[in-house]
Every structure is written in structure tokens, then in C-alpha cells.
Design a protein around this ligand. Structure first.
Ligand code: SF4
Length: 370
């Protein structure tokens, strides 16, 4: 009864998402990796472009890592792109280009854990295995009337309940029963059984639900706030404009090898007015970011103050930024300031010899100034 009602609702109400109904397991894999901790709207923006650039596992495996990171730019959590790339190379080298067809095999690949392995196994291959993400957990807790417990026993309860509900048959009459069921559970959590303000009046599970509203949740991890400052430095070369970027070290634990704006220490920006303020959240940390522009062609103080390594600084042409592996924050800042395509910068207004621009103005320098 539960499953039938859920599936009736899903068939009538599921959102049309580009990765739904695809028959190529590679596409399901890419979508599931992109969807990890990322909003559906952001994934939609990148999914088609990524597959246009890398339409097959072989194409992905042959691409340079920088190209893969560039296509991932804006989605964050770049380790996912690196793992996807590494896994594609492993699949081509060791498995003749075919993905493993069950959860156990999928989990041997880099970047595929319990959730993703189950999602690909059930959606792409019809394995009868439960997919438990935050949406499914919430639906189960509310229907059963249990509070959320951040313990092994609490997680085991959810997993067991979810598995009980998954259809046992692998594929019936060409219908992927397990895959569709898992997607329906996630869809219910994402569109009806919302974390805040669940839409119980329109819920197909209303009569079977013990909670009918918000459930008791475990306390959330505390959010940290950290300040950060970056330099925006532009130079003009004929008709082209370059922006100074800093390549993060290959040994960094986060966003290794990616381009960011050159970081600035607090003492270099004290008393200066920023060009832009941006809030950027990464897991449990809110970064309060200020972006400063060098104040004139001879004002090299700011550039020299960067804590980035000199050899890691690179001038990149602004019309090539879209192809670069930029961090999400760098992309956000460059887009907000219209630097990505230099649309908002009026080069004819630039007076390279001027040294008295007001704080916060955007200055483009001539190449010779460096
Ligand atoms: S009735 Fe409300 S709380 Fe219960 S599953 Fe439906 S939306 Fe969630």
C-alpha cells in the first residue's frame, strides 16, 4: 500500500530532471556525483555542459585534470571531480570501459561511498538496495514518528526501514522498480516533506504518517565565521585584459591546484574599503570575504602583500576564465564584478597613470606596470 501510493504520487508529480529516465549508467553516475551536497538547480546548470565536454567514460578518462576541474567550477567540493576523473581512468584501464553493475562493485571505485553506490546500483542497474540521503531519512523519521538520533543505532534504524520498503524484484516488465522507488522517496522529501514547513496537506503519506509536521532533530554542528581577504588585480594588454590569479598548492587538502584570487593578510587591508563583500559558506564555516582592488598602477603594495607564493601567481586572460579551474569563491567574485567576460569593465575609462582613484574603484593596469 505504501509503495503503491508513493509511486502513484511520483508518476504524477515528479520534477522533470535531465538525468531522470536516462539509460546510460555513465550519465547516472555523473549526476549522482554532482548531486552530492549540491542543489539541484546548480547541478542542472553544469550537467549538460559537462556531458557535452565529456560524453563518455573514455572521453572523461582522456581529458587533462585541469579541464575536468574547469567544467566542475561552480559546483564546489572539487575532490568529487578528481575522484570521478580517476575512477573513469580506472574503469577504462581495468574494466574495458564498463561500470560495475552492483553496489559492492561500484564502491570499489574512487569517490563512490555507501549512498552513491546504492543510488547508481538501483537507478542504473535496478538493484534492490535502499538509497538513504537526508530526504529519505527525514521522510522515514516523520512517518515512523521517531526523533533523529545522531548515533549508529539511529542510522541503522533508518537503513533497515528504508531497505524494508524497497521492491525486491530487480526489473519487472522493463520497469526499474527499485530505482523508481528510491527516486520517489527522495523526491517526496525534496518537494513535499520539506525540512521546514512540510506540505502535509498534499502528502500522499498523510494517513500513514505518525508526525504530520516537523520532527525532533539532533542538534546541528555549530557554524564558524571566518574573515578572508583577496586581491583583485587587472592589467590591460592591447585589447585583452588579464586578471592576476593564484594557483593553490597541489598538496592542499581543499581545492588543490585550483585558481583563486591572490589571498591577502589582515594587516594589508586594515583601514581600506573593499570593492566587494561576499559571504561564502563551505560546510560548517561561513567566510566573510572582502575583495580589494589595487589602487593605482604604482600601488604594488597590495600585490606584494599577498600570502600566495610568487611562483604560483599567474596572469590569466579574462575571456579564458570560463575554461579555468576556478574555485567557487573566485568564480562568484569574478562574476559579480563582471570580470568573467569583462562586460562591466569600461576599458576606455581607465587612466593607467592615475594614482588617486578613490578607495574601492576598479582599476585596470597596463602590462608594463608589472
Ligand atoms: S504527512 Fe507531512 S510529515 Fe508526514 S511524510 Fe507527509 S509531508 Fe512529511
Amino acid at each position: 500500500m505504501f509503495r503503491r501510493r508513493l509511486m502513484q504520487w511520483y508518476r504524477a508529480n515528479a520534477r522533470k530532471l535531465p538525468w531522470r529516465g536516462v539509460t546510460d549508467p555513465y550519465r547516472t553516475w555523473v549526476s549522482e556525483i554532482m548531486l552530492q551536497q549540491t542543489r539541484v538547480a546548480a547541478v542542472i546548470e553544469h550537467y549538460h555542459d559537462f556531458l557535452r565536454k565529456f560524453p563518455t567514460i573514455v572521453a572523461l578518462s582522456l581529458a587533462p585534470e585541469a579541464e575536468v576541474l574547469a567544467a566542475w567550477s561552480g559546483l564546489g567540493y572539487y575532490r568529487r571531480a578528481r575522484m570521478l576523473h580517476k575512477a573513469s581512468q580506472f574503469i577504462v584501464r581495468e574494466r574495458g570501459g564498463s561500470l560495475p553493475t552492483n553496489e559492492a562493485g561500484l564502491r570499489t571505485l574512487p569517490g563512490i561511498g555507501e549512498y552513491t553506490g546504492a543510488a547508481i546500483a538501483s537507478i542504473a542497474f535496478g538493484e534492490s538496495i535502499a538509497v538513504v540521503d537526508g530526504n529519505v531519512e527525514r521522510v522515514i523519521l516523520r512517518i515512523t514518528g521517531r526523533p533523529q538520533l545522531a548515533t549508529a543505532a539511529g542510522r541503522a534504524f533508518i537503513q533497515e526501514q528504508a531497505q524494508t520498503l524497497v521492491p525486491k524484484k530487480k526489473l519487472a516488465h522493463g520497469v526499474n522498480a527499485a530505482g523508481d522507488h528510491n527516486q520517489a522517496m527522495m523526491e517526496l522529501g525534496a518537494t513535499v516533506c520539506l525540512p521546514k514547513g512540510p506540505l502535509c496537506g498534499g502528502c500522499p503519506m498523510y494517513w500513514q504518517c505518525a508526525t504530520r509536521g516537523e520532527h525532533v532533530t539532533a542538534p546541528r554542528a555549530v557554524q564558524r565565521s571566518l574573515p578572508a581577504a583577496f586581491l583583485l588585480s587587472l592589467r590591460k594588454r592591447g585589447t585583452a585584459t588579464d586578471v592576476l590569479l593564484h594557483r593553490r598548492d597541489a598538496a592542499e587538502s581543499l581545492m588543490a591546484g585550483m585558481f583563486e584570487l591572490p589571498p591577502l593578510p589582515e594587516e594589508a587591508v586594515t583601514g581600506r574599503e573593499p570593492l566587494l563583500r561576499v559571504r561564502h559558506s563551505i560546510t560548517n564555516t561561513n567566510y566573510y570575504v572582502q575583495v580589494f582592488a589595487a589602487r593605482g598602477p604604482r600601488d604594488k603594495k597590495m600585490r606584494l602583500a599577498t600570502t600566495g607564493k610568487e611562483e604560483a601567481l599567474e596572469w590569466v586572460q579574462t575571456n579564458r576564465l570560463a575554461q579555468q579551474p576556478l574555485t567557487g569563491l573566485a568564480r562568484k567574485v569574478l562574476q559579480r564584478l563582471d570580470v568573467m567576460e569583462v562586460r562591466g569593465i569600461r576599458l576606455e575609462d581607465v587612466e593607467p597613470e592615475e594614482t588617486t582613484e578613490p578607495e574601492g574603484s576598479l582599476v585596470v593596469m597596463d602590462e608594463d606596470d608589472y
